[in-house]
Design a protein around this ligand. Structure first.
Ligand code: ADP
Ligand code: MG
Length: 506
């Protein structure tokens, strides 16, 4: 790369771009950087045999990302793991926040109800596993660049499988294709850090599997992935499965909707969760770890039996990833309470070490409650309903998975539709405006060139004992870079707005 050539280069449509696109298309399919096609692309029921895959949307080049921000995000991940493990153990704290939002949020209320029912029966498994992802954007304050947290995910944190492949793709291109461009980028000039997200997340699952130990009922043990029907982002999950299977751990996939049909609870004091192979139900595996890639939103619970399925996992001896308490720890309300005065003292309660807690504190941006009684809540109500002030904010309900937030001018409109006593089920968050970056996105074979916004996610794995508080495993587990056009508000890759990317550290 010549020292003053712009990076990433803006390519003209032509042979050079065609060649680069074709290489990406082929490499992606050859290496599982892929998703199942949306029905809109192939036509409804046009893939009855389930044989088609298409490229995951991806940038042509790894986006430039500040090295100091990347390193900071990676370095504090184990502190974040510890924080959320501690929050998950504080039932009184979570219960209080659930009460604040439950009036306007039946889904959260229902999750809490299941937790209380299981508590009454008596939890039989104290070990709890978190496969977390902390998401950030870079905030520019004068010359100073600082990561600010967008959200903390405690359930179904996705893209760890595809993000490792994306890093490999960009590394491959940096060796084979970028040096051949009209304005070449010589090999070894981009700083592309390794990304072990798929194997590191699998290592978290493996740690829980090993901690569970052998079956006292003399069954073989397994890890069960609980998935959504018709999941299109299946290869992301498969990369984790393959990594586990490489270390000879039996892994099965079971749609959440079929959990009650293909599992039973052993009628013994420990209520082991037993998985009966659908094609041979007399062959039974004891489920050491249940990894939820479903169950995070109301759509996964269409009938009362869906809630019975969730309760079966929670009441059994399997190690859930996550428990209901850990899922609730991921409420946006929790993030808001940590960030709103007296935030530092709330944080200190969970993370007494001052150096650790101030490192976490630095990553918070302004987040407000929307209640009518606290000074912060009243101020937020003013900001959210003012036609000018609201343009600096995003309003979020207690939901996961993308497409649920209200941005800028949509905030006052939404509040008009909600009874005032339920406003507190939302939080109001200042919009982070990262420095502009240029890149080109390859999505469904078409190129989109222009300004993009990058969101960094850092994965973490944590295994702890709910009763004793002992942390048995706490690791940073690789990263995700998601990039979206700078005109788009939402950034979810699965939701169709964002794309996969990796970092070129600058
Ligand atoms: P979800 O749980 O649905 O993923 P998020 O809180 O991650 O909800 O918000 C979805 C997307 O909205 C993010 O990926 C990001 O692109 C955008 N977003 C959310 N909060 C902010 C913020 N404070 N500043 C800028 N963009 C944000
Ligand atoms: Mg998100």
């Amino acid at each position: 790369m010549t020292s003053n050539a712009p990076y990433p280069p803006a390519l003209d449509a032509g042979l050079e771009t065609e060649r680069l696109s074709q290489t990406i298309k082929d490499w992606s399919i050859a290496n599982g950087l892929a998703v199942r096609p949306p029905p809109a692309l192939v036509g409804q029921n046009q893939d009855p045999e389930g044989i088609l895959a298409i490229n995951a949307p991806v940038t042509l080049f790894p986006s430039p990302f500040p090295k100091s921000c990347f390193e900071e995000a990676k370095a504090i991940q184990t502190n974040y793991n510890e924080l959320y493990a501690r929050i998950s153990q504080d039932e009184e704290f979570l219960g209080r926040l659930v009460q604040e939002v439950a009036g306007g949020d039946d889904f959260i209320a229902k999750l809490w109800e299941i937790h209380l029912k299981v508590k009454e029966e008596g939890y039989v498994q104290n070990l709890s596993l978190g496969l977390f992802r902390s998401d950030y954007m870079v905030h520019q304050d004068g010359d100073h660049l600082q990561i600010k947290q967008v959200e903390f995910n405690t359930i179904a944190s996705s893209f760890g499988g595809l993000s490792a492949q994306t890093s490999l793709l960009h590394q491959h291109l940096s060796k084979t294709e970028y040096p051949l461009l009209t304005t070449p980028i010589p090999p070894n000039t981009l700083n592309l850090p390794p990304n072990t997200s798929a194997h590191s997340l699998a290592a978290g699952l493996r740690a829980a599997y090993e901690a569970y130990g052998p079956s006292i009922l003399n069954h073989p043990t397994c890890i069960l992935f609980i998935v959504q029907d018709g999941e299109r982002n299946i290869f992301d999950q498969r990369h984790l499965e393959y990594s586990l299977q490489q270390s000879s751990i039996p892994v099965f996939r079971l749609p959440f909707s079929q959990l009650l049909t293909h599992t039973t609870l052993s009628p013994t004091p420990l209520r082991q969760l037993l998985y009966h192979l659908p094609h041979n139900p007399s062959q039974i595996f004891e489920v050491a770890v249940t990894y939820l890639r479903a169950g995070y939103g109301p759509n996964d619970y269409p009938t009362p039996s869906s809630w019975l399925a969730r309760r079966r996992i929670e009441t059994s001896n399997t190690i859930p990833c996550p428990t209901i308490l850990t899922q609730l720890a991921g409420m946006k309300k929790v993030q808001q309470v940590l960030a709103t005065p007296p935030g530092p003292s709330t944080l200190a309660k969970f993370i007494p070490d001052e150096e650790k807690s101030s490192a976490l504190w630095r990553t918070f941006t302004n987040i407000y409650p929307l209640d009518s009684s606290s000074p912060a809540g009243r101020e937020a109500r003013r900001l959210a309903t003012d036609p000018k002030e609201c343009l600096k904010y995003v309003m979020k309900p207690q939901r996961e998975g993308g497409g649920n937030n209200f941005y800028k001018g949509a905030i006052p409109e939404q509040l008009k539709k909600v009874p005032e006593e339920h406003w507190n089920s939302f939080i109001l968050m200042e919009l982070i405006t990262p420095p502009a970056v240029q890149n080109t996105i390859l999505r469904q074979g078409k190129l989109e060139q222009g300004g993009v916004i990058c969101e960094l996610g850092v994965y973490g794995t944590c295994l702890w004992d709910q009763k004793t508080g002992q942390v048995k495993h706490n690791e940073e587990a690789g990263y995700l870079l998601r990039t979206k056009g700078d005109q788009s508000e939402e950034g979810g890759v699965a939701a169709g707005f964002g794309c996969m990317d990796s970092v070129a550290l600058v």
